[in-house]
Design a binder for this molecule. Sequence first.
Ligand SMILES: [Zn+2]
Length: 295
Amino acid sequence: MEFYRTPPTAGTVQQMIRTLKKRYPFLHSFTAGKSVQGRKLTALTLGNLHDVNLMVGGVHAQEWITTLLLFRLIEALCKAIEKERLFCQINVSQTLLRRGLLVLPLLNPDGMEIAMGRAEPVREYRGEPLEQCRRRWNANAHGVDLNHNFDAGFALCRAAERRAGICSPGPRQFGGLYPESEPETRALVHLCRGFSVHSAYAFHAQGEEIYYRYGTNTPEISYYMAQLLAHLSGYRAADPTGLASHAGFKDWFLEAFGRPAFTIEVGRGENPLPLEDLDGIWDGLKEALATMTLL
Ligand SMILES: [Zn+2]
């Protein structure tokens, strides 16, 4: 499908959602919030919404391949349901009736538009001129890195940013002045509070790693889930280092709920990973993705 042959835009994502909903009437969607520049943060749902697993992609602007990957998954699940076929040995219809799936494929549409030269940040930021750093832009339109903006070890994250010389809004790694300062962060927090989320998976690129623990509230099952997903994908269960060690979504989810949450670093190479990597990432990860709907 054409959608997978170009980097996604806020517009093509909305178009793809409309196309899929038309084709698969059991696929539903709702607006989970709006970005700084007013773009919709659309969530897709399948199955039982009283008990769900959550998947989030497109957190960092350069990691748009994760948005495409989540659409591949949604499409594969929808096809399996429609044709009453198994997907990776799993009876998807039955599985999703037990526990549904909530997918937010693009948390940071503004950042993606800025990175691709179609939008401008809305605040002054110091450092290199915008044209020079679009290709490094990971943040939202406020110049805040959304995965540094969650309320878990926020002060530790800020201290690490300062030590690295990151003290103000910019293309990446500035976590904001206070936790949940950004509408995209608040939308995701709100989503987690509004649903009964069993496990949460945030997709990033790259490194072929699975991060599964944070702080003292990580459930014991997280380790074994990470081992299983690592076994199925060939990825490595690991701990993040440096500036990615605090204030991320999975950190907050683990601390707030004490239920499993993971960061999945898909693919290998330099961001943005090229479109040609999508097929290989999908092939390597699809059994693990299918299994996430079971766990
Ligand atoms: Zn990332």
